[in-house]
Design a protein around this ligand. Structure first.
Ligand code: HPA
Length: 279
């Protein structure tokens, strides 16, 4: 995929608007967060050279550029999943494009199942660390321009941004748990035995995204923050079988909380330096 061509297309659509400092990736059912930006410029993925049309119901598949408070942000509403058959470099392409545009902070959201039995549908979890149980990396292959070959992963989720998120949650009076996100390829949901295994491995939530994007972001030096919205209890922790429709419904209902948190975090970062020297 030609990242420069994709970034040039997006840049041209933004005209002389300021470069976005922050990109926000919206997962299943979280599309409403995009409505919080002012003066939106919408660029469907289909208009970006090299990007396939997003396939999963509930994933709109478009960039929404706009301002949140005083900060220019690039919202990525929808993402490419490995389980749709997209190669890992397609999954990671929107992050590479955002970085090429000048984004230095990446906020990711996802829908996830609760592995920790204390988690209930509607809970929001601030991701502290992850388990890459996809056993694949978007960095495999020749090292790309501006990317580290062997990026350090001791702090994939930026400590200062996590602190800001916890402070924002307290300020807003919304409960925010912290936990470890396990990424599996899907698309089948886990078996009950797999959910028990994930718990023993140290996971609190499980999903099918985010980790490839974070790996590329770290290779590029972007600071990451991720929120998991618990849409269901993991298989075996509730008598209900899982359905994608239920996952989307909970996402839509609780998306506002995540949107409010993201806005508050962005607003709390130093003026004009949302992405630079905010530590
Ligand atoms: N497992 C994996 N991915 C998910 C789940 C789940 O239970 N819920 C939402 N995304």
């Amino acid at each position: 995929m030609d990242i420069t061509a994709a970034a040039d297309t997006l840049r041209a659509r933004l005209g002389d608007r300021p470069t976005p400092d922050i990109a926000v990736v919206l997962g299943s059912g979280l599309g409403s967060v995009a409505s919080a930006v002012m003066d939106p410029v919408i660029v469907p993925f289909i208009d970006v050279p090299g990007f396939p049309a997003a396939g999963v119901a509930g994933h709109a598949g478009q960039y929404v550029y706009g301002t949140m408070g005083s900060c220019p942000v690039l919202i990525q509403a929808g993402r490419f999943h490995h389980y749709e058959g997209h190669a890992m470099d397609v999954v990671a392409a929107p992050v590479r494009v955002a970085a090429k545009l000048g984004v230095r902070v990446l906020v990711l959201t996802n829908a996830a199942g609760g592995v920790n039995p204390e988690l209930e549908p509607g809970d929001v979890v601030l991701v502290e660390d992850h388990l890459n149980l996809m056993f694949r990396s978007p960095l495999i292959g020749p090292t790309r321009e501006g990317e580290e070959r062997f990026p350090d992963m001791s702090e994939p989720y930026d400590a200062a941004l996590r602190k800001a998120a916890l402070a924002a949650a307290e300020e807003l009076g919304v409960p925010l748990r912290t936990g470890v996100y396990a990424a599996l390829t899907g698309p089948s949901y886990e078996t009950a035995a797999e959910v028990r295994m994930l718990g023993r491995l140290g996971a609190d939530v499980v999903g099918m995204s985010t980790v490839p994007e974070v790996i590329v972001a770290r290779a590029l030096g972007l600071r990451c923050l991720a929120f998991s919205m618990v849409t269901n209890k993991g298989t075996g922790l509730s008598p209900e079988p899982l359905s994608h429709v239920d996952v989307q419904e909970v996402g839509a209902r609780s998306g506002r909380v995540v949107g409010d948190l993201i806005q508050a975090v962005i607003a709390s970062l130093p003026e004009g330096a949302q992405s630079r020297g905010a530590k």
